[in-house]
Design a protein around this ligand. Structure first.
Ligand SMILES: Cc1cc2nc3c(=O)[nH]c(=O)nc-3n(C[C@H](O)[C@H](O)[C@H](O)COP(=O)(O)OP(=O)(O)OC[C@H]3O[C@@H](n4cnc5c(N)ncnc54)[C@H](O)[C@@H]3O)c2cc1C
Length: 396
């Protein structure tokens, strides 16, 4: 297993870095690097720039308009984009695309793939429900077959970005079976169908990305079923595999680390930069060492996967690694600013910032981001559940 970067990989890294430097709009970059809220239009604009050079769907095969990149190239791409100040790609493209390619009908592929890749339509993920998060198979939202359509009733929760979404890929119960996984189907639901109500969940950092979605007698055509009826669990698991690989989050980890060092250089303690303080510096170095270990762990997992390993242990470990780095870096960032980081001024997080701030913008977004990053140990599988998966895989 050769874990060092090849000449081709280094040259690809430079190509991506150069592209981001030349093409990322300055206003988006500024918001991203100061960790302020992004608007839908910011994501759409950057996505269109990537789409114009064929880079908007890194995990899709070339014949469907993707890049056909290996995992290693995708990781380099993500790291360089995020370090350069680009928004993350909306994760739904990388989740639903491969699923439709593997399980969708020709009609579904024709209708959805190109529009999804170009972000002409946006998706949300309707898996979790009140009482069905970690124990997803206990979900209760029903889809009853009536002629050529299903009638959906129930509730989804923690649905990210549903207020931007045109469509939802949802897990629904189509049968009551002894083993709950056996009665679940994977359905594509047009979010403009009558009977759907969305209610926003206000987040601790003042953002409004999360929603509850209610279904009341919602009619969904049978042709929107992906895979066979009652076999949606297999489709759902394949999608989660793509979601978890994204959660290695190398770009975010690297960006947080760079930010930490910048802020620690700009903050003074006893007449010198905080980063020159031996104790603080040692703590920063510890997280940096974890980042380096994470980079190697990603390479190792990708290399094993390219040689036939399914990543069953590697991928959950990467999620745990990314969670630890992001959360520790955000804690140290808070410590850099000390009490100055405490005031929560929501205007500082938004572009339309007309008020005068007592400190630099980078200080005012620290608290909101520190609180926000607690979410990484919950979404896509909580830390406790992920550790349970690893333990099971290694036979504990
Ligand atoms: C920011 C954010 C965005 C999200 N976006 C989406 C989305 O777009 N679509 C979607 O469908 N869902 C989304 N989710 C939901 C997410 O998938 C769930 O929150 C997650 O699966 C945990 O489920 P839960 O919240 O119901 O917690 P629970 O499953 O009720 O867990 C509660 C606590 O019990 C612990 N626990 C549960 N089971 C075990 C076990 N077997 N062993 C040890 N400990 C256990 C958990 O670790 C946790 O600490 C999002 C969540 C967040 C925070």
């Amino acid at each position: 297993m050769n874990l060092t970067e090849s000449i081709e990989e280094k040259s690809f890294r430079n190509e991506v870095r150069d592209f981001v430097t030349k093409n990322l709009p300055a206003d988006i970059k500024d918001k991203v690097l100061t960790f302020r809220h992004l608007a839908k239009e910011d994501y759409v604009r950057w996505h269109a720039i990537l789409d114009s050079v064929g880079w908007s769907a890194p995990s899709w095969p070339v014949e469907y308009g993707g890049t056909g990149w290996s995992g290693t190239y995708r990781t380099i791409f993500e790291e360089e984009c995020l370090l350069g100040g680009a928004p993350r790609l909306l994760a739904h493209v990388g989740m639903i695309g491969p699923v439709l390619i593997n399980y969708g009908t020709e009609q579904q592929k024709d209708f959805f793939l190109q529009k999804t890749r170009a972000l002409e339509l946006l998706w949300c993920q309707g898996y979790s429900e009140p009482g069905a998060g970690s124990d997803l198979a206990s979900l209760k939202t029903r889809a009853d077959r009536e002629g050529d359509h299903y009638v959906v009733n129930g509730q989804k929760t923690w649905t990210s970005l549903s207020h931007w979404a045109d469509w939802m890929f949802a897990l629904v119960r189509t049968s009551q079976t002894e083993r709950p996984q056996d009665g679940i189907s994977f359905l594509l639901i047009d979010m403009n169908t009558p009977g759907i109500t969305r209610r926003q969940i206000r987040q601790v950092n003042g953002a409004d990305e999360l929603t509850e979605v209610f279904f009341d007698q919602v009619k969904v055509p049978v042709e929107n079923l992906v895979g066979d009826e009652n076999k949606g669990w297999t489709v759902a698991k394949s999608l989660l595999q793509h979601e978890r690989m994204n959660q290695a989050d190398i770009g975010l980890c690297a960006r947080m680390m760079r930010r930490l060092k910048e802020v620690a250089m700009n903050q003074e303690k006893r007449g010198r930069p905080l980063l020159a303080d031996p104790v603080f510096r040692a703590r920063v170095s510890t997280v940096e060492a974890e980042l380096m270990a994470h980079q190697w762990a990603i390479k190792r997992t990708l290399s094993l996967m390219e040689n036939g390993d399914g990543g069953r242990i590697g991928i959950p470990l990467l999620k745990l690694g990314a969670t630890a780095i992001v959360q520790k870096a955000s804690e140290l960032l808070m410590e850099c600013a000390g009490p100055d980081a405490l005031p929560f001024i929501s205007e500082a997080l938004n572009e339309e910032n007309s008020i005068e701030l007592p400190n630099a913008i980078e200080i005012h977004t620290l608290m909101a981001n520190y609180l926000d990053w607690r979410k990484i140990s919950i979404y896509g599988g909580t830390t406790e559940v992920t550790k349970g998966i690893v333990a099971k895989q290694i036979g504990l």
